[in-house]
Structures are given as structure tokens and as C-alpha cells.
Design a protein. Sequence first.
Length: 99
Amino acid sequence: MVKKHIFSAHNDLKTGFFSKLFLLLGGILLILYIIELVANPLNLNEDLNGTILAFSILCIGLGLISYFFSCQFSKLSKIAEEIENDESLIDTEETNEEQ
């Protein structure tokens, strides 16, 4: 049997962690590419330099997308909290039963 997973509105699916991870990895790869382009200490060929640049761009892009999702999950969490705590949204049936 397949188990149903119910996610809370306060769960951000670790997008904040992944955005930091991908941005850090992309930044390290970009710095490695720039150092290799300027000083050439590792004597890597042109194809490998292009591959490092491509992975750097991909990681930075994934980091930015993950950061966007993290911000959206944060906004969703705030909206869910406001709805949970808003007393003006109490069901009208409950107020009729009290009277």
C-alpha cells in the first residue's frame, strides 16, 4: 500500500538549505573557473574549463530557483498562520450554536 504524505503549510521542503548549497557550490566553481582562466595553475584544457563554467551556471541557477521557492513557502506559511489565527473567519454555524 502506498502511504499518503501530508505536508504542512509550514514545511518548506528544505529549499532554504538547497538554495544555500547550490549557490555556494556554484560560487566555488565560478571562482575556480576564473582562477583557471586568469592564472592557469591546473593546466586544464578548454573543454574542461567550459564544463566547469556550465556547471557553475547550472548550480547558481538552481540556487536562485530554490531561493525563490523558499521565499514562496515562507509567504505561504505566513498566510496559513494568519488564517489560523484570524478570529473574523470563524464559521457562522459556530456562532449560531452559541446563541
